[in-house]
Design a protein around this ligand. Structure first.
Ligand code: GLC
Ligand code: CA
Length: 556
C-alpha cells in the first residue's frame, strides 16, 4: 500500500553530466553528486530526480541506453551508485532515477541482434517496416529531432522507427516478451531500494495500427507525428500492466513525462485510485506566448494551470515545474534576465511553487541561471538541436534564423554546467568542461547565492520552509482569483479554517491590484520586494512583484 509521502516532498532535478565533476575529466559524475548532497540537504529538498545514468553511447546524453544494468563509465560504477543511494538515504532524502523504456540505443544488444536478420529472435523487439512499393519511406511521420521517424537499414533492407534520434530506435511494446524484459529490469532497480522513477517519454509507447500517413494539408515533407504515437488508444492496456507488474508493489513515487497529453485525455493517468502514475509532467502551461508580441498569454496560462489544479482536486496530484533539461531557463523566457533577474526569478518561483502538487526545482534554477548564446553550432551539444539545425539549414533556413531559434528555445540552454562559484569553469570542474560554461558565472553562482541573504536561493529556501510549515500550502484547495487581471496571477489556498493568497505580477510593468471583497490581508508572509505594513486590499505592485499573505476569508 502506498503512503503518498511524495505529496509533502520538494523535488530537485539533477542533470548529472552538468552537475559536479569530482575527478577533473570535465564530466559531472555520481561521486560529484555525493559531494553536493549536503548542499541539497541544507537547501531543503527531499527527492532527487536524476537524469539517465545508465551505460550509453551518449547520442542523447544518456537517453539512448545500451545497457540498463550498468552505469555509464563516465559517471562511475555500480558501487558508486550504491553509495549514492546510501548517502541520500542517510540524509533522509530519496532518489528517483530516470526510466527510459520507449526506446533504447541502437548499440543495445537487443537492437544489434534485431538488425542482424529478419529471422532474429530479437527482430520484433523493435519496429521494422518495408518501404512503400515505390521505394519511398513507410509514412510521412516526422521525428522530434527533425527528418523522418524512419531510418533505412541496409543489412535487411527495411526501415526501423525512431521518434527521437536515429540512434534511439523505438521498442515494440506490442511484443509481450519486450514488456516482460522491461518489467524485469524495472523490478531489479526497485529491489535495489530506489524510491521511484521519472518515466521518460511514456506517452509514446503505443503507435497507431498500420502506421498510416498523417493528414498533410500544408504538403510538407514530414508532419508532426504525435497523432501517430502520443497517448493513442490502447496505451492504457500497456500502462496498467506496467503498473501492476512493477511499481504497484513498492512504496515509491512515479512521475510520468506526458508530452502531448491534455487534461481531457490524461487526467485518468493520475487518478489516485485507478491511475498509472502518482503525478505527471504535462506541458500545457509552457509556450503560451501571444502571437502578436511574443509576451506571456496570462489568460491562457490561467486556463491551463487551473484546469489541472481544480480538475485534480481530491482526485489526483500535480507535478509542478517551470524548468527541466529540455526547456530553456525560465528567468530568460518568462522573466527578465537582465536588470530584474533576481526579482523576476523570485516571482516565477512564487507563482508555481505554492500551487497544489509536488514542486520540482531544476539544478541552477535556485540561483537564477540564464540561457546561453554560443555563436557557432559547433559549440552546441544536444543532438536534438544539432540534428534540427542540419535538417533545417539543409532545407533553406539560414544560420542566423536557426541560431536565433536555438538561443531562445534550445535544450542546451539548461545544460550548461552548474555554476558553483566564481572559480574558473564556475567551480564545476578542474579540467575542461564537456560543454561550455555560461560566461555569466562570476556573478551568478551558488557561493554568491548562499552568502547573500537576498538571493534567489534564499527565497526558494523560504518557500520550501513555508510549504513545510503550512499544511494549507500542500493540501489546501486551489482557487483562482482576479480571473480577469491583465498581468497578475493570483490564487488562494484554502484548508480547514485557513486561507492564503498568492499574488504575482507576471509582467515587467507596475500595476494595481485589488484583493476581492470578503478577503482581508492578515499577515504578509513573503515578498520579493522589501515591504512592511502592506495589509490593505488595494495594492500597487511593482514589476514582477510577488506577495504571499495569510488572509481572513469572511465569505468562508
Ligand atoms: C524525453 C527527455 C529528453 C529526451 C527524450 C528521448 O523527452 O526528457 O531529454 O531527449 O525523452 O528520450
Ligand atoms: Ca567526472
Amino acid at each position: 500500500m502506498k503512503s503518498r509521502w511524495w505529496k509533502e516532498a520538494v523535488a530537485y532535478q539533477i542533470y548529472p553530466r552538468s552537475f559536479y565533476d569530482s575527478n577533473g575529466d570535465g564530466i559531472g559524475d555520481l561521486k560529484g553528486i555525493i559531494e553536493k548532497l549536503d548542499y541539497l540537504k541544507e537547501f531543503g529538498v527531499d527527492v532527487l530526480w536524476v537524469n539517465p545514468i545508465y551505460q550509453s553511447p551518449n547520442d542523447d546524453n544518456g537517453y539512448d541506453i545500451s545497457d540498463f544494468y550498468a552505469i555509464m563509465d563516465e559517471f562511475g560504477t555500480m558501487d558508486d551508485f550504491e553509495n549514492l543511494l546510501k548517502e541520500v538515504h542517510n540524509r533522509g532524502m530519496k532518489i528517483i532515477p530516470d526510466l527510459v523504456v520507449n526506446h533504447t540505443s541502437d548499440e543495445h544488444e537487443w537492437f544489434m541482434e534485431s538488425r542482424s536478420s529478419k529471422d532474429s529472435p530479437y527482430r520484433d523487439y523493435y519496429i521494422w517496416h518495408p518501404g512503400k512499393p515505390d521505394g519511398s519511406l513507410p509514412n510521412n511521420w516526422e521525428s522530434f529531432f527533425g527528418g523522418s521517424v524512419w531510418q533505412y537499414d541496409e543489412q535487411t533492407e527495411e526501415y526501423y522507427m525512431h521518434i527521437f534520434s536515429k540512434k534511439q530506435p523505438d521498442l515494440n511494446w506490442e511484443n509481450a516478451e519486450v514488456r516482460d524484459k522491461l518489467y524485469e529490469m524495472v523490478n531489479w532497480w526497485l529491489d535495489k531500494g530506489i524510491d521511484g522513477f521519472r518515466v521518460d517519454a511514456i506517452t509514446h509507447i503505443k503507435k497507431i495500427d498500420g502506421f498510416p500517413d498523417l493528414p498533410n494539408p500544408q504538403n510538407r515533407k514530414f508532419v508532426q507525428s504525435n497523432a501517430g504515437h502520443a497517448n493513442q488508444p490502447g496505451i492504457d492496456v500497456f500502462l496498467s500492466e506496467f503498473v501492476e507488474r512493477t511499481v504497484k508493489n513498492y512504496d515509491v513515487m512515479t512521475v510520468g513525462e506526458a508530452g502531448g497529453a491534455t487534461f481531457e485525455n490524461a487526467r485518468h493517468w493520475v487518478d489516485q485510485d485507478k491511475g498509472y502514475f502518482d503525478m505527471i509532467f504535462q506541458f500545457e502551461h509552457l509556450g503560451l506566448w501571444k502571437a502578436d508580441d511574443g509576451s506571456l498569454d496570462i489568460d491562457a496560462l490561467r486556463t491551463a494551470m487551473s484546469k489541472w489544479q481544480t480538475g485534480l482536486e481530491g482526485k489526483g496530484w500535480n507535478a509542478l515545474f517551470l524548468e527541466n533539461h529540455d526547456q530553456p531557463r525560465s528567468v530568460s523566457t518568462w522573466g527578465n534576465d537582465k536588470d530584474l533577474r533576481k526579482t523576476s526569478a523570485k516571482a516565477l518561483a512564487t507563482f508555481y511553487f505554492l500551487m497544489q502538487g509536488t514542486p520540482f526545482i531544476y539544478q541552477g534554477q535556485e540561483i537564477g541561471m540564464t540561457n546561453v548564446r554560443f555563436d557557432s553550432i559547433d559549440e552546441y551539444s544536444d543532438s536534438g538541436i544539432v540534428n534540427l539545425y542540419e535538417y533545417e539549414t539543409g532545407n533553406g533556413r539560414t544560420h542566423e534564423e536557426m541560431m536565433k531559434y536555438i538561443w531562445k528555445n534550445g535544450r542546451d540552454n539548461s545544460r550548461t554546467p552548474m555554476q558553483w562559484s566564481s572559480e574558473p569553469q564556475a567551480g564545476f570542474t578542474t579540467g575542461t568542461p564537456w560543454f561550455g560554461v555560461n560566461p555569466n558565472y562570476p556573478d551568478i553562482n551558488v557561493e554568491e547565492s548562499v552568502n547573500n541573504p537576498d538571493s534567489i536561493y534564499h527565497y526558494y529556501k523560504k518557500l520550501i520552509e513555508l510549504r513545510k510549515d503550512l499544511p494549507a500550502l500542500i493540501y489546501g484547495k486551489y482557487e483562482l482569483i482576479a480571473k480577469e487581471h491583465s498581468q497578475v496571477y493570483a490564487y488562494l489556498r484554502k484548508y480547514k479554517e485557513e486561507c492564503y493568497a498568492v499574488i504575482v505580477n507576471l509582467l515587467d510593468e507596475e500595476t494595481d491590484f485589488y484583493l476581492q471583497d470578503g478577503l482581508t490581508c492578515e499577515n504578509l508572509l513573503l515578498s520579493n520586494y522589501s515591504r512592511e505594513d502592506v495589509l490593505g486590499s488595494a495594492m500597487h505592485l511593482q514589476p514582477f512583484e510577488a506577495r504571499v499573505y495569510k488572509v481572513m476569508n469572511q465569505s468562508n
